[in-house]
Ligand binder design. Structure first.
Ligand SMILES: NC(=O)c1ccc[n+]([C@@H]2O[C@H](COP(=O)([O-])OP(=O)(O)OC[C@H]3O[C@@H](n4cnc5c(N)ncnc54)[C@H](O)[C@@H]3O)[C@@H](O)[C@H]2O)c1
Ligand SMILES: [Zn+2]
Length: 382
């Protein structure tokens, strides 16, 4: 039998000749390698791609009403006969309650072990559908078809799945690798300006924490990518982020070491999302504030030269104003951080940039140091 990954590559090569750039990136997971396929109009070929991956059983699509309204016609045509499960998305709905609705629909559709769940949506749908796939009958096939920039560059790769609890983000979850990631940059065309920008903060994260080359490229191209929001402009950047993430998670699937650098900006980011009931900030925007806070801490610790901080800040600010934080008190942000997963032994863990393109984990920061940095970012003193 032919290797299914190879078959996908052959398929993509055919596509490339017909429709422009196509990229295949392989991720190594403990459950086996899986490809991330990136090409325009790829969702129209979802059925063929699943067939080629050997995912022949019944198909269940998990999506949101909005995403399905926009992209259901193309995906429905590509996956004839699939059961469609619509659940609400947005961070407030990333709960066990919504996952229960997915289980109910799978049971109603008599889903068995050999079936495949295709997550069509942003990171919230991907994380919830992934968690449902990981746990329903102790695991059914999972395919990620991300439809937000954030999900395409980050959430769809690496197998982290889960939901939030009232206490904080992603407190219940698992590692469960997809069998395939199908990334079609054309679907980003329907994304709001704000959601697109929210994804760009995670793109900046990769540049600062992992790749000087990407950072330099963003300094050159970011304004145009943000302005155009086109598949053509975004594709090379999406592919580069996917390459970085694939390399990191292939080396450290379970986040024992290297993968932690991808949490850059997330200690403060998660805290302010939780503090504001997941209503004020898009995830990427919260990470934008978090990167600024971690940047100041890194300057304080003499890890990051001031000029690099200024360059990073300029890149973040280029995307426009972030939602306000002046009414959030620094000590409340610290309290919220203490409740997050990134606390071990009661100590705050921060990923700090060590220059541009490198990051390091620091776990001996005092509350006073963090409080002072938060105030300088713009949080209320106290
Ligand atoms: N698993 C991981 O490794 C990982 C990594 C990063 C982030 N995440 C998670 O991802 C989530 C954030 O994901 P998100 O930013 O994609 O948010 P999201 O899934 O809530 O999507 C944002 C909004 O965009 C809409 N949308 C999606 N695709 C669209 C399209 N093509 N056109 C128009 N609208 C569209 C959705 O309906 C939603 O309203 C967070 O919960 C975060 O924790 C997970
Ligand atoms: Zn994130």
């Amino acid at each position: 039998m032919q290797d299914p990954t190879l078959q996908c590559k052959l398929f993509l090569r055919t596509m490339a000749t017909n429709e422009g750039a196509a990229v295949t990136i392989e991720v190594q997971a403990s459950s086996g390698p899986y490809p991330v396929l990136i090409a325009p109009r790829l969702i129209e070929h979802l059925g063929d791609l699943l067939d080629e991956r050997g995912l022949a059983g019944p198909r269940f699509v998990v999506t949101s009403p909005l995403v399905w309204r926009l992209h259901g016609p193309a995906i429905g045509a590509a996956l004839p006969g699939a059961d469609v499960i619509e659940v609400p998305d947005g961070e407030r709905h990333k709960t066990l309650h919504t996952v229960q609705r997915i289980y109910d629909a799978l049971l109603r559709g008599r889903a068995e072990r050999g079936c495949t769940l295709v997550a069509v949506g942003g990171g919230v749908i991907g994380d919830m559908a992934g968690f449902a796939a990981a746990t329903y009958l102790r695991g059914i096939g999972l395919v990620q078809a991300p439809t937000t920039l954030l999900a395409q560059v980050d959430a769809s790769i690496g197998g982290k799945v889960g939901v939030n609890l009232a206490w904080g983000k992603n407190l219940v979850g698992s590692f469960y690798a997809p069998r395939l990631v199908v990334t079609d940059p054309v679907v980003l065309g329907t994304l709001s300006r704000r959601e697109f920008r929210a994804g760009l903060y995670e793109v900046i994260k990769y540049g600062v924490a992992c790749s000087r080359d990407l950072f330099d490229r963003l300094q050159r191209d970011l304004p145009e990518v943000a302005r155009q929001r086109s598949a053509a402009a975004a594709t090379p950047i999406i592919a580069e982020c996917c390459r970085i993430k694939a390399a990191i998670v292939s080396q450290d699937e379970r986040e024992a070491g290297a993968r932690r650098v991808l949490n850059y900006g997330h200690t403060v980011g998660h805290a302010i999302e939780a503090l504001t009931g997941y209503r004020r900030f898009k995830h990427g925007e919260a990470v934008g504030w978090g990167m600024l806070a971690a940047g100041i801490l890194a300057v304080d610790r003499r890890l990051l030269p001031r000029r690099d901080f200024a360059a990073m800040r300029a890149l973040i600010m280029q995307l426009g104003p972030l939602p306000p934080i002046a009414d959030l008190t620094a000590s409340h942000v610290i309290d919220a951080m203490q409740r997050d997963k990134k606390v071990a032994g009661g100590r705050l863990h921060f990923v700090l940039p060590a220059g541009i393109g490198a990051a390091t984990l620091v776990n001996d920061l005092t509350g006073a140091e963090v409080g002072s940095a938060l105030e300088r970012v713009g949080f209320q003193a106290g």
